[in-house]
Write a protein that binds this ligand. Structure first.
Ligand code: NFE
Length: 535
């Protein structure tokens, strides 16, 4: 038995350690996903005005602040009783903002984080041809080598060696697109900022709608930026994911996971809908599972009462499953069973995986023709059954397909916005907000289901919780002995070379974990919970 530790897992957001136990055949028999960072942003919210939650919770993360802002906004709208009051323009602009955030996040995840597990950028080191992007990469590598300073290449190195399979031409094409992806990401941020003031952490998402005023000018400019991003998705992102899948087809059989998928749904399609679990959303709400024979279940409805968090393997005092609205945990850094700052989020007591895969499979099973055509296109190309989606490559494929489907839909949303029409429901902060209330917001971040939970007493926040998709993904062993999704994906994996465990990091990165989002801590009364010295 050997212990193998990857710490930190690089090219993700936040701080994650992976610890696995290998048997004599180097097969993973046990896995621990450890969030090593302490966040505690919820503590900042105690006793503040409820409206402060939207800007403050966005600071949990710079990658998916839009999702935090929107989930927080929905929680407040529920607590205030005006979930059904958002005007049409506000609803559509929310979809547009969230859409641009999905596009930038998915593109950055593939090119700048995960693709480097499959694409060998050193192919560009001796490049002398006409491609300006490759010339820049070659010059970047040369500068570091001339200075004999490999730390300048830290975005590429160190890395695990021994399994780069693309041709030189394939590596050059993907490396060139790595540079072009930066431009696509910038355009998505710029378009987002047109309606929310800035990005990241836009100011325009508020309970009641969006404050940014759409004009024909900024809508036209957003459409133009969207078109460039769509071209990038069609010409680069989709073909590059297919090229990686063709070179690494065994990764359709890696990292299966827990087999249960969950989506809270995202992109509201109708006005005046009070119930978040049943309102019509472009990507539907639902749970779905696959059995050991590869058969999908029917899609089940979402019941917010079934969401819980426990802390068996997390450094918090309570271990039993708690409905998040009642969550109020104290840190316990001496807890013997703990190895992570990530709590165990569960649905109906079971382990579920949120994310692009969940959204695609739920919509696929619900008969969404666009999603079915896209997914069947991939499955047919690889002569693969639907079960192949539950894999490392399946997660990348689902994310890329979703990116295209969202971008295509966004043209329609941008055309639907009415300049000059109301974008936000008008209310008086002094007179119209209740002194007491409870609410939760169920939405989707790029990485999957996100929920914010709020209790208001005496017009201030009495308790707040933010549960992110990465909390679901990176959660550890719960009180019922169930491993979280990433841990389940790792168990059973065979590691070829223990000095270069690329199999493990490929599995983990396909989930697109963000540990900045995943860790959290609630303490409503502001006590000091611990003191940490970072050496
Ligand atoms: Ni920090 Fe996020 C997304 C949220 S984390 S990136 O997407 O919420 O899972």
């Amino acid at each position: 038995m050997t212990k193998l530790i990857v710490d930190p897992v690089t090219r993700i957001e936040g701080h994650l350690k992976i610890e696995v136990t290998l048997d004599n055949n180097n097969q993973v028999t046990d896995a621990k996903s450890c969030g090593t960072m302490f966040r505690g942003i919820e503590t900042l919210l105690a006793d503040r005005h409820p409206l402060d939650a939207v800007p403050i919770t966005q600071r949990i993360c710079g990658v998916c602040p839009t999702s935090h802002a929107t989930a927080s906004t929905l929680a407040l709208e529920k607590a205030f009783g005006f979930l059904d009051k958002v005007p049409t323009n506000g609803r559509i602009l929310r979809n547009i903002n969230q859409g641009f955030n999905f596009l930038q996040s998915h593109i950055v995840h593939f090119y700048h984080l995960a693709a480097l597990d499959y694409v060998d950028v050193t192919a560009a080191a001796d490049y002398t041809g006409p491609d300006a992007a490759l010339q820049k990469v070659a010059a970047f590598i040369k500068r570091a080598l001339d200075a004999n300073d490999m730390s300048q290449l830290s975005i590429f190195y160190p890395r695990y060696e021994g399994d780069y399979r693309l041709s030189k031409e394939g590596n050059l094409k993907a490396t060139s697109n790595y540079v072009k992806a930066l431009e696509a990401r910038r355009l998505a941020h710029e378009a987002h900022a047109m309606f929310t003031g800035k990005m990241p952490h836009g100011q325009g998402v508020v309970p009641g709608g969006i404050t940014g005023m759409p004009t024909y000018d900024n809508l036209t400019r957003a459409l133009s930026k969207l078109q460039t991003i769509k071209d990038f998705i069609n010409d680069c992102y989709i073909p590059d994911v297919v090229a990686v899948a063709e070179a690494y087809p065994d990764y359709f059989e890696s990292g299966r996971g827990c087999g249960n998928l969950i989506s809270f749904g995202v992109f509201d399609m109708e006005d005046n809908q009070a119930d978040q679990t049943t309102r019509k959303r472009f990507f539907n709400q639902g749970i779905i599972s696959i059995d050991n024979n590869g058969n999908l279940s029917a899609v089940g409805a979402i019941d917010a009462q079934k969401i819980s968090e426990s802390a068996k393997s997390a450094w918090f005092k309570d271990s039993a499953a708690i409905w998040p609205l009642n969550g109020n945990s104290e840190a316990d850094i001496k807890k013997a069973s703990a190895y992570s700052w990530v709590k165990e989020t569960r649905y109906d007591g079971e382990v579920y995986e949120p994310g692009p895969l969940a959204r695609m499979v739920v919509n696929y099973a619900n008969g969404d023709k666009t999603v079915q055509d896209a997914v069947n296109g991939v499955l047919n190309h690889f002569s693969a059954p639907a079960a192949a989606l539950f894999s490392t490559l399946g997660r990348h494929a689902a994310r890329a397909l979703e990116c295209k489907i969202v971008a295509d839909k966004m043209t329609e949303w941008l055309m639907q916005v009415q300049p000059g029409s109301q974008t936000v429901y008008k209310y008086s902060i002094e007179d119209d907000l209740p002194e007491e209330g409870e609410g939760y917001g169920l939405w989707e971040a790029p990485r999957g289901a996100i929920s914010h939970w709020i209790k208001i007493k005496n017009s201030v926040i009495a308790n707040y919780q933010a549960i992110t998709p990465s909390t679901w993904h990176a959660s550890g062993l719960d009180e019922n002995g169930q491993h979280g999704p990433i841990e389940q994906s790792l168990i059973g994996t065979k590691v070829k070379d223990t000095d270069n465990p690329f199999e493990l990091v490929r599995i983990v990165r396909a989930y697109d974990p963000c540990l900045a989002c995943a860790v959290h801590l609630v303490k409503a009364n502001g006590q000091k919970l611990g003191q940490f010295r970072v050496a």
